[in-house]
Design a protein around this ligand. Structure first.
Ligand code: FES
Length: 250
């Protein structure tokens, strides 16, 4: 038998010898000198400039002083813009624009008594609670009223020493009635409002006398405050002398 070949039997001899695959030469490993240089450490990020801050003193006294200066400056800047600012300017060391305000009726107070009131009253609690709007209407004891020729007086309740609020001490065996400050013992004569005891009495005029609210009383006994005389918290000029003296140490 004649063997068949896979080329159609053309008679060419079949090669039995297999061809070897071409050899591939692996890439040469670069030597250390050929290797790319190791990446350098990245340069440090540019420093962010520190935020600019205002230095605040650690000393609380300095801080408070600074706040006070800023606060006072702001207050004086805003006063003209505030409705009713006319009364703000009438606070510490100022007067009050003449303002007629009903306070009470004469029948509301017994002799030798006092009644608190607000002047000028606005109806706004934020303003009306201001100590420099606090006043006391006095009905003097009968003896003092007879000597003075009038029974009713009204004064700012702010003591001219360091601005505590005084209270009326009714007349008794040892006093004809006094306006007594609880803070440092200043006492004022209720007839004139002049300090007769304590540190307020040691201050020079007019800083020893309470600002006074002038009164008008109509035919029906209605009492009106009409005009403040003096500077709130500071004092009032008067040519009067105290109506009496007492033993301040007694
Ligand atoms: S505040 Fe009135 S006596 Fe000092």
């Amino acid at each position: 038998m004649i063997p068949l070949s896979d080329n159609g039997g053309n008679g060419d001899k079949v090669q039995n010898k297999e061809e070897k695959p071409p050899q591939v030469t692996p890439p040469a490993v670069p030597t250390q000198s050929q290797q790319p240089p190791a990446p350098k450490t990245p340069p440090p990020a540019p420093k962010t400039p520190p935020p600019t801050t205002t230095k605040i003193s650690k000393d609380p006294d300095k801080r408070n002083f600074f706040k006070m200066i800023v606060g006072v400056s702001a207050a004086f800047t805003l006063i003209p813009l505030i409705p009713g600012g006319i009364f703000l300017t009438a606070q510490v060391g100022g007067g009050v624009e003449p303002f007629r305000q009903r306070l009470a009726n004469t029948s509301d107070l017994k002799p030798n008594s006092g009644m608190n009131f607000i002047y000028p009253k606005t109806g706004n609690p934020d303003k009306d609670n201001d100590p420099f709007r606090q006043f006391i209407l006095l009905r003097l004891s009968e003896d003092l009223a007879k000597a003075e020729g009038t029974a009713f007086k009204a004064y700012s309740q702010v003591c001219v020493h360091l601005w505590c609020l005084w209270q009326y001490v009714p007349a008794n065996e040892s006093t004809p009635g006094l306006l007594a400050c609880p803070c440092h013992g200043s006492m004022y004569d209720p007839v004139t409002g002049i300090a007769i005891c304590g540190p307020a009495a040691l201050q020079s005029p007019p800083n020893d006398t309470l600002p006074e609210l002038k009164l008008e009383i109509d035919n029906e006994g209605e009492i009106f405050g009409v005009e403040l005389v003096g500077d709130l918290g500071l004092g009032r000029t008067t040519d009067r002398k105290p109506a009496f003296s007492i033993d301040c140490l007694g």
